[in-house]
Unconditional design. Structure first.
Length: 148
């Protein structure tokens, strides 16, 4: 019985260690993305993610805009948080909002030319930071530069 308890405790400790490693890697990536994208491109991590999802979604579906309700679950934001983020992107001229032609309750989000350009400029840095934080190096934490 003691041996079984020891195995269970060991398995639990391993699970907790994996969970903490996942949290640390996520925190490192989020901090580095927010810092680097903000400093160099005036975008937060979530703002970049919305621009990227618009680029990917519109290309994949052959559309020029996506419904806000389609974006929310893909960027892991509540509907209200996404609405505020879209308002900031719209104010910056990176997206536009329009009423859904088939359902007047829906709001369509479209990427502007400036939004696509900002995304294209920020994309290489985004991938670099992901490579540094998730690609096995796991170095830059919140206080360090992605270039260090």
């Amino acid at each position: 019985m003691a041996e079984l308890d020891s195995l269970e405790a060991s398995a639990e400790a391993g699970l907790i260690a994996e969970w903490r490693e996942l949290l640390a890697r996520h925190a490192a990536a989020v901090c580095a993305l927010d810092r680097e994208l903000g400093e160099k491109h005036g975008l937060g991590m979530s703002e970049f993610e919305v621009l990227e999802r618009l680029v990917e979604g519109c290309v994949a579906d052959g559309r020029h805009a996506l419904r806000a309700s389609e974006l929310a679950p893909t960027v892991h934001l509540s509907q209200s948080a996404l609405s505020r983020l879209i308002a900031r992107l719209e104010k910056a001229g990176l997206v536009t909002r329009e009423m859904c032609p088939s359902d007047r309750r829906g709001v369509m989000i479209a990427l502007t030319a400036a939004g696509r350009e900002r995304y294209e400029q920020a994309r290489p840095l985004h991938r670099e930071v992901l490579g540094q934080t998730l690609g096995g190096h796991f170095a830059p934490l919140c206080g360090e530069s992605a270039k260090d």
